[in-house]
Design a protein around this ligand. Structure first.
Ligand SMILES: Nc1ncnc2c1ncn2[C@@H]1O[C@H](COP(=O)(O)OP(=O)(O)OP(=O)(O)O)[C@@H](O)[C@H]1O
Ligand SMILES: [Mg+2]
Length: 256
């Protein structure tokens, strides 16, 4: 036992000598698997991924716009609040017995450890709507009033910046072999349950969820799981009928 401890100490010391502080950093850089617009993805030795939340936001001409597909600006502290909100909701969802990719978060380092998932095709986003606003109202405004209620309406889009994230139907996803009909149904049900968890929580803080966007992936056994983040930039929230900007929402959310 004592020998094992000593051996461990010597090994640790030798590794420290070998890598040093900068060496560790280089080791980390080598494991970068994806440099995203708002997060970088690293592969960890234990097989999990590490998401590093950055202060970059999507937007245009220096104005924050969660719907935009390019990085327009950097706001100090955005990575921190997005991670905090994600941690808060992922823990709630996991506690409700729904499997997600969330393992743990490190607020000081603005990182989140997650289970590695396979994404559907080149990535699928799932939207759940309680109110007819945004692109839904732009598409179907001749059939529905702006802000009218919707029954936790779920729709999916392909992640494709050049094509403006086109909508895709269940039949389309199955015909294109991007997912099975069973996976689609599981994602739809989970999305509605998770959206209700988020909406109920916001309601208890005097806030109303109009719509929300998620990303799903799947485990090696094919089971679907919620991935990526759950933060203010991915949801439309109103207070007393007034839209709350994402940064303002993050502040309101963590007000005691
Ligand atoms: N558990 C996971 N396993 C594998 N990939 C994941 C997991 N969670 C998130 N991702 C991927 O990590 C990346 C995070 O990067 P980021 O959020 O910056 O997005 P992006 O790729 O630039 O695109 P977008 O702006 O459309 O979200 C995304 O590609 C997302 O699909
Ligand atoms: Mg993203």
């Amino acid at each position: 036992m004592k020998f094992a401890n000593l051996a461990h100490f010597i090994r640790k010391f030798a590794l420290q000598l070998f890598y040093g502080k900068t060496g560790e950093k280089e080791k980390m850089e080598k494991k970068l698997v994806h440099r995203g617009k708002t997060k970088d993805v690293f592969a960890l030795d234990n097989g999990n991924y590490l998401l590093k939340f950055k202060d970059d936001c999507t937007g245009k001409d220096g104005k924050f716009d969660p719907g935009e597909n390019s990085v327009g600006l950097s706001i100090e502290g955005v990575g921190d609040v997005n991670l905090r909100m994600s941690k808060y909701f992922f823990e709630k969802v996991n506690d409700a017995g729904i499997k997600t990719h969330f393992v743990k978060a490190n607020i000081d380092e603005t990182t989140m450890e997650v289970l590695p998932a396979k994404v559907f095709g080149h990535g699928v986003e799932v939207i759940c709507r309680y109110k007819a606003v945004g692109s839904f109202f732009r598409r179907y405004g001749e059939y529905i009033g702006e802000g009218a209620e919707l029954p936790a309406y779920v729709e999916m889009t392909f992640k494709n910046d050049e094509k403006g994230d086109p909508l895709v139907t269940k039949d389309g996803l199955v015909a294109l072999k991007v997912m099975t009909a069973e996976q689609y149904d599981a994602i739809k049900t989970q999305t509605q349950t998770i959206t209700k968890i988020v909406a109920d929580d916001l309601k208890s803080k005097g806030l109303e969820l109009y719509d929300i966007k998620f990303e799903f992936g799947y485990a090696p056994d094919g089971s679907v799981m919620l991935i990526d983040e759950i933060s203010s930039g991915n949801m439309r929230v109103y207070k007393n009928g007034t839209y709350i900007e994402p940064m303002e929402l993050s502040k309101l959310f963590f007000l005691k």
